[in-house]
Design a binder for this molecule. Structure first.
Ligand code: COA
Ligand code: AMP
Length: 633
């Protein structure tokens, strides 16, 4: 503990160039930048203009050259396949350079896009690093997304090559990825030239001659490719995330700012030294996986754990403790929902007692609001600091956290503590004025955002501006509402848009509505999030049928549930849907989703002044009760 938060935070806001210029010294540059912060085109800011580097060099080769070659870089642990495998930094360099060679041989060059649609195997991280090595821009698509979601990302990113695997393994079932990939390519307009398929013995895939290449065969004959120098401002990756419409937003992250911020967070937020084991129990398909399974730990010379399993059921609620003990994990990072799953099966922590967890120094939660019960339970059971930190795909690292490497503050359960250095977080009212501490408002960040935050949206600068920058000129709109308290702790209360959070995963209610609207019997629909004690939120759908439709409610429900699974993916956990005669609207025709959500959650609600027909809400309440919601509390 260095007691330095105020000093560090103040410097980061008053002199961001000096602050991040200092942090940049921890990164290996081919050429240092000419300008730390390019503010010549507000509201667009760029970090480390003129700088040149290679992210893969910093994450892999540099460690081989500085004495970490024989240290483990990756531990792959897969209880669902009973497999364990490790890679030292030297071994990682070899496989990454080989895969980069394969990509090069397929014509992939600096700036070309490569989509990665893979399960939680080491090859997914190897794929990301191989792209970074040759300056290609990767876009990882979460393996649980259905073909149509994958297709929309293929069309937006227009990849030259797609990396995939024959299958993913979920508890008790094998998910054939290859048919989903084939279908997505069939639907997409921007067809990739080649796909590289990792054949897994659990379910090998049929290959399409001339297009599909066998991953392992290709790398065994590959020429090693060297690191290609890129500009700090060149994109490292695109990661699609849910917005308010069905069209996902392609968050663009650059090379220089990302490397500097990632490296800085490892010491200053997580307080972990190089050489130690860091485990983010998430998925490479989400931002947590990008930042803290792949890049952060590797840029810092840590060992990262790639875990292909679940918190429970693979085989029991003790898996996390086994992994911590077996590999001496120092920092564990996961979503609160994972701990709610464990607690449900092992409320008294019997499985925890069976393991020696002395290596564990702290636990970090993110991805969703952390309820105090879960936070307290984790702290009591593990006896280590439990840090709730708040961030988004857009920022790539914590906007608010207890920064353990700078100064550790007392924990207030339910709050992610204070704004991290680099983020001038303010709570604003409708007119853009700062509210008084204790009052709720929209949470915005004064520009410029710190390094690693999104540079723009892929091929959509106007959308970047309209979605994030136009609402409050000079600020970035986080999409979250909340408040600051008298000690400047932040409290993140809810979203102000139509994004919901299911088991730590972000989904757009608009995207689910698009699927429901496509059903031939549906005239209109509304989807909103309802509270769930396990997954945080679940999507609830209410549909109005077209005139003269005679489909039974049971058939309607099962068809709509199947459509969402088929078009978005099972991970959207869409199971709550029913029919209503009408939807409540304002006089100008806006559907009152928020009021319906409050009724469903049994919260106090007030009749919106602008509602066109208040009697509809009784019908809505009845429909919600038929699904077990809107109960009097
Ligand atoms: N590929 C294919 N299908 C997948 C998948 C993948 N990568 N991941 C999940 N699914 C499927 C599951 O099999 C399940 O299908 P089902 O409805 O047929 O059973 C469905 O999607 C929902 O999965 P999941 O969200 O994992 O819910 P669950 O009830 O099976 O497990 C948890 C609940 C809490 C254990 C799980 O959500 C979890 O581990 N969450 C951690 C969240 C996380 O890592 N967040 C990232 C931010 S830190
Ligand atoms: P994602 O981009 O998928 O990481 O989701 C980001 C969103 O998840 C944020 O905008 C918040 O709504 C929510 N979120 C993430 N972490 C937290 C947290 N610690 N507390 C409250 N909400 C969070």
């Amino acid at each position: 503990m260095s007691g330095n938060y105020n000093k560090s935070y103040a410097k980061s806001i008053s002199d961001p160039e000096a602050f991040w210029g200092d942090a940049a010294k921890q990164v290996q540059w081919v050429k240092p930048c000419d300008k730390v912060l390019d503010d010549s085109r507000p509201p667009f800011y760029r970090w480390f203009r003129g700088g040149e580097l290679n992210t893969c060099y910093n994450a892999v080769d540099y460690h081989c050259e500085t004495g970490r070659g024989d240290q483990l870089a990756i531990i792959y642990d897969s209880p669902v396949t009973n497999t364990k495998k490790t890679f030292t930094y030297n071994e990682l360099k070899d496989v990454v350079a080989r895969l980069a060679g394969v990509l090069k041989a397929q014509g992939v060059e600096k700036g070309d896009r490569v989509i990665i649609y893979m399960p939680m195997v080491a090859e997914s991280v190897i794929g990301m690093l191989a792209c970074a090595r040759i300056g290609a821009v990767h876009s990882v698509v979460f393996g649980g997304f259905a073909a149509k979601e994958l297709a929309s990302r293929i069309d937006d990113a227009a990849p030259k090559v797609i990396l995939s695997a024959s299958c993913g393994i979920e508890p008790g079932k094998t998910i054939a990825y290859k048919p989903l990939l084939d279908e997505a390519i069939e639907i997409a307009t921007e067809k990739p030239q080649k796909t590289l398929i990792l054949q897994r013995e659990q379910l090998p895939a049929d290959m399409i001659e001339g297009r599909d290449i066998d991953w392992l065969e290709a790398i065994s004959n590959a020429e090693l490719a060297d690191c290609v120098t890129v500009a700090a401002t060149d994109p490292l990756y695109i990661l699609y995330t849910s917005g308010t419409t069905g069209q996902p937003k392609g968050i663009v992250r650059d090379n220089g700012g990302h490397a500097v911020a990632m490296k800085w967070t490892m010491k200053n937020i997580y307080n972990i030294e190089p050489g130690k084991v860091y485990w983010a129990a998430s998925d490479v398909g989400w931002v947590v996986g990008h930042s803290y399974i792949c890049y952060g730990p590797l840029l810092n010379g840590n060992t990262t754990v790639i875990y292909e399993g679940k918190p429970v059921g693979t085989p029991d609620p003790g898996s996390f403790w086994r992994v911590i003990e077996e590999y001496n994990v120092e920092i564990l990072f996961t979503a609160p929902t994972a701990f709610r799953a464990i607690r449900k099966e092992d409320p008294n922590g019997e499985y925890i007692k069976k393991h020696n967890l002395s290596s564990l120094k702290s636990l970090f939660f993110a991805g969703e609001r952390c309820d105090s019960n879960t936070l307290d339970w984790a702290g009591e059971q593990l006896g280590v600091p439990v840090i709730d930190h708040w961030w988004q795909t857009e920022t790539g690292w914590a906007i608010a956290s207890n920064c353990l490497g700078i100064e550790s503050f007392p924990i207030k359960p339910g709050s992610p503590t204070k704004a991290a250095p680099g983020y001038d977080v303010q709570v604003l009212d409708e007119d853009g004025e700062q509210v008084t501490n204790g009052d709720i408002g929209a949470i915005a960040i004064k520009l410029p955002l710190p390094p690693s935050s999104l540079a723009t949206l892929w091929n959509a600068e106007d959308r970047y501006k309209s979605a994030y920058l136009d609402r409050y000129p000079g600020y970035y709109l986080t999409g979250d509402a909340g408040m600051k308290d008298e000690d400047d702790y932040l409290w993140i209360m809810s979203r102000i848009d139509d994004v919901i959070n299911i088991a730590g995963h972000r989904f757009s209610t608009g995207a689910i509505e698009e699927v429901l609207s496509a059903h031939h019997s549906v005239a209109e629909c509304a989807v909103f999030g309802v509270a769930d004690s396990f997954k945080g939120e679940l999507p609830m759908g209410l549909v109005v049928l077209k005139a003269n439709e005679t489909i039974s409610v049971e058939d309607l429900q099962s068809e709509l549930i199947a459509m969402v699974r088929e078009r978005i993916g099972a991970v959207a956990a869409f199971k709550l849907v029913t029919q209503v005669k009408r939807l409540p609207k304002t006089r100008s025709g806006k559907i009152l989703r928020n009021t319906m959500r409050q009724i469903a959650d049994g919260k106090e609600w007030s009749m919106p002044a602008t509602i066109d027909d208040p009697t509809i809400l009784d019908e809505i309440s009845e429909a919600l009760q038929s699904l077990g919601y809107a109960q009097a509390k």
